[in-house]
Design a protein around this ligand. Structure first.
Ligand code: ZN
Length: 558
């Protein structure tokens, strides 16, 4: 250890940085609220680490505990939590490291239990072997003063700066609910509005207590309601038989309706002044229609007028349903609204129901309604992507098949699956397990006009596996290998220019339904499947391997 080159302040044997011990005790009181023993000891530790570093370098700090020690770093160095030069990696250890920002080389100062024998009070304090109020705080402080950093071990270390790198904030968005600026990667709304704030009670924008405030409505007995209009659809449920609208919103209640309403258990009805609606409130029908219109992206249409306050969205044509899950989740975090949908990635027939949305109360407060609309903004939640009729090239690999020792079963399986979606197979190549033969086979399929290449086998942990190398030789890029889908863990995805490549593991020869069945529709819809997309598919992508496969009716991939 060396002494500091420049001592600006009077230094003692028990000095801590520029402070005398007494001055540090006082400064600690100001900074930390009181002169905690851990902070005093931490002062010696930080000072020791700093003296080990060459003068004049820029350094960062890591504290391995969140208790006291970080404050010693902040008192004695330019490193703070706020400027990011001090990182707290709470390993629960009493150790601190200062290291060169550029190369990561530095010194770790750690409290060493083996050196505590001369300082019994420090040991008692550290191990909490005595209740705090029974500890001798005066003796403890004196022992810390005497010991300084001598009870620590100082070791040279190199910090893996990648691990400690501060994540960039990235793009900044404005929260559509509270108006705060926040990192866009947190989702559509800020984390406070997502309910992650620590505050009790109602919070600013997301009351978790439903307030029963509703607009001024006049509640009148049904027999006095003749001639008035129903304010909302009224449902008649016959248990296990039927459920439907008995009275539509706007229906003029006639004398004959009184009895029927009473049979529904309605002895009062609500009426509102239709000529001058309350501007602070939005009727459930208006809310549902407005939400539905905003949520519907390309290929999605409203099924018609609201029924019982709910609007249903349907597929406007055949295709692949895509759901903005983050957006849908954020929407459903809002009070007084809901939207339920089918699963992302499903193949939809024209007219199939995609989702439905509504407001929960009969009248939703305008502020909440507008929050919900701001949240959706111009980013629809649902779309149905048309699926192209691909020109499929099939590449079967395997020397035993190429030599005719084993008959290929793969091409017929793949052909059957792609033809169900209206695709055509332009050519099938059977190549031996040879890198060049595979690359040549790919070239032949591309020449034949394939825009979707399906390859097989060899996609295993077997070191003889040359399929991937052959594909790479043929120009395959953006290769993803491995998928959280069973069967189909060894699935490969790549592209050669605009031609999509999917490698189907040999399990497809045995299992009727595999990863290929889940991925094929997405590929036909032109989706560029990323690692993130695959990881999101994990939930639900475990096939139950039923004796009789009922896919796509079963839960596989949903
Ligand atoms: Zn917010």
């Amino acid at each position: 250890m060396t002494t500091p080159a420049v001592a600006l302040f009077e230094t003692h044997d028990d000095a801590i940085g520029p402070y005398s011990f007494e001055a540090f005790v006082e400064a600690a009181g100001h900074f930390h609220g009181y002169a905690a023993p851990g902070l005093l000891l931490g002062g010696f530790m930080v000072d020791a680490a700093r003296k080990c570093l060459p003068e004049g370098i820029l350094y960062d700090a890591v504290s391995e505990t969140a208790w006291c020690l970080p404050d010693a770093v902040q008192m004695l160095t330019p490193c703070t939590v706020g400027n990011g030069w001090l990182r707290i990696l709470n390993l629960g250890l009493y150790a601190v490291t200062l290291y060169d920002k550029c190369c990561g080389k530095g010194f770790r100062v750690a409290l060493d239990m083996d050196k505590l024998d001369p300082y019994p009070d420090i040991r008692v304090w550290l191990l909490k072997s005595m209740a705090k109020k029974e500890q001798d705080s005066g003796a403890l402080r004196e022992q810390i003063r005497l010991a300084g950093a001598s009870i620590c071990t100082i070791s040279p270390v190199t910090v893996d700066q990648y691990r400690l790198r501060r994540k960039a904030k990235g793009a900044i968005a404005t929260c559509p609910l509270c108006g705060a600026a926040f990192p866009a990667k947190h989702g559509r709304i800020c984390r406070l509005c997502q309910g992650e704030g620590p505050y009790l009670g109602t919070g600013r924008t997301l009351p978790d207590v439903v307030d029963e405030v509703q607009p001024e409505l006049t509640r009148i007995p049904v027999d006095k309601a003749v001639g008035r209009r129903a304010l909302h659809d009224m449902t008649r449920i016959v248990p296990e038989k039927s459920k439907g609208v008995a009275f539509h919103k706007g229906h003029e209640i006639g004398a004959g309706d009184v009895c029927r309403l009473q049979q529904l258990g309605r002895f009062h009805v609500y009426v509102a002044d239709e000529r001058s609606p309350d501007p602070d409130w939005v009727h459930e029908d208006t809310a549902a229609e407005t939400f539905a219109t905003a949520m519907a992206g390309p290929g999605v249409a409203s099924a018609g007028a609201p029924r019982e306050g709910k609007v249903t969205l349907v597929a406007a044509h055949d295709g692949l349903l895509t759901v903005d899950r983050d957006g849908l989740e954020a929407f459903n975090l809002l009070p007084d609204v809901m939207c339920a949908s089918r699963q992302d990635g499903l193949v939809m027939d024209k007219g199939a129901r995609v989702a439905a949305t509504r407001a929960i109360p009969l009248f939703i407060g305008r502020e909440r309604f507008e929050s919900a609309m701001r949240l959706i903004g111009d980013k629809p939640l649902f779309s149905v992507l048309p699926m192209r009729a691909a020109k499929v090239g099939i590449l079967v690999t395997g020397t035993e098949i190429a030599q005719g020792i084993i008959q290929d079963k793969f091409a017929p399986i793949i052909s059957g699956k792609v033809m169900r979606f209206g695709c055509t197979v332009v050519d099938t190549v059977i190549a031996p397990d040879d890198r060049k033969a595979i690359a040549d086979g790919v070239a032949r399929l591309l020449d034949a006009g394939a825009d979707l290449l399906v390859t097989t086998a060899g996609l295993s942990v077997d070191p003889d596996d040359v399929t991937r190398k052959g594909l790479a030789d043929a120009g395959a890029t953006d290769m993803l290998y491995g998928a959280p889908i069973l069967p189909g863990a060894m699935t490969l995805l790549a592209r050669i220019g605009t031609v999509q490549v999917v490698g189907v593991p040999a399990c497809a020869l045995f299992f009727k339904t595999t990863s290929f069945d889940l991925l094929l529709p997405r590929l036909l819809a032109g989706q560029a499947i990323t690692r993130k997309d695959l990881s999101r598919m994990a939930v639900g992508s475990m096939c139950m391997e039923c004796k009789t496969c009922t896919f796509p009716r079963c839960p596989f991939g949903k």
